[in-house]
Ligand binder design. Structure first.
Ligand SMILES: [Zn+2]
Ligand SMILES: [Zn+2]
Ligand SMILES: [Zn+2]
Length: 251
């Protein structure tokens, strides 16, 4: 079984569930890790339970529903939410390319690529924040151009996009670790993402790669960052990321 290539990045060498391939992507050898029940909720037992943290957020200002605002979706991709036309306008330079990619995927909620894109959209703030820590951007801001935060997921039977996967692992991978063709594509992509976010007033852009180990579907999500939200070098990130993705625990 080969992975699909929703975004032009085709990890044909990766066979979902194969221990040697999983080792290759940095999860260690042996069988796929089993989900662990969270401390605060049991997403595996009841994936339809809401995440604690409201995960419908404006993709520009990250306001959530609790603030009482109403949201609308980008009419092209129907994935990204905004709280106002103003936020949508400000987000456009950095959303444009991502929107094009998302719009190419059939708007069928059972389409595996679309499913993963929707999951990603719901968790974007924590993905962006974790990537800033994981990539150690405070040490060298240009690390975003050479490394990617890779998150490994398994499918979960849920009607809600935010709980439709659970994370089993995450690692920082150098782009050079990918086969040459993919490496070149991802380098070009991150440079464009970086440029677009700078145009949008941020300090740069980065990539987060999400891979479903069950079906091999990959989503490469762009995110922007600002220096004012940097962390001291070596700030832990993995445990927090897992807790957010799997349990919806805020802070
Ligand atoms: Zn293999
Ligand atoms: Zn907003
Ligand atoms: Zn869009």
């Amino acid at each position: 079984m080969t992975s699909s290539a929703p975004l032009g990045v085709n990890l044909e060498w990766f066979t979902p569930g194969c221990p040697c391939c999983i080792e290759e992507v940095g999860l260690g050898n042996g069988p796929l890790p089993e989900p662990t029940a969270g401390k605060h909720r049991h997403p595996i037992l009841d994936p339809n339970e809401s995440l604690r943290n409201e995960s419908t957020q404006c993709q520009y200002c990250y306001k959530n529903k609790e603030t009482g605002v109403t949201f609308f979706r980008c009419s092209a991709c129907m994935i990204d939410f905004y709280c106002s036309k103003e936020c949508q306008k400000k987000a456009w330079p950095s959303h444009k390319e991502d929107c094009k990619r998302k719009s190419r995927v059939p708007k069928d909620e059972n389409n595996p690529t679309r499913r993963l894109q929707r999951f990603t959209g719901r968790h974007r703030p924590v993905l962006a924040d974790s990537a800033v820590r994981a990539l150690n951007l405070s040490v060298d801001i240009n690390r975003s151009l050479d490394f990617v935060l890779a998150i490994f997921l398994r499918r979960r039977d849920s009607q809600k996009p935010e709980t439709s996967y659970f994370a089993t692992g995450a690692d920082v991978l150098p782009l050079e670790a990918f086969p040459p063709e993919q490496c070149t594509e991802m380098k070009a992509m991150v440079r464009k993402v970086d440029e677009d976010h700078k145009k949008g007033g941020m300090d740069g852009g980065l990539l987060v790669l999400l891979m479903c180990l069950d079906d091999g579907v990959i989503n490469i999500a762009p995110a922007g960052f600002s220096r004012e939200h940097f962390y001291p070098p070596g700030t832990p990130w993995k445990e927090l990321l897992m807790a957010h993705l799997n349990e919806g625990v805020a802070n």
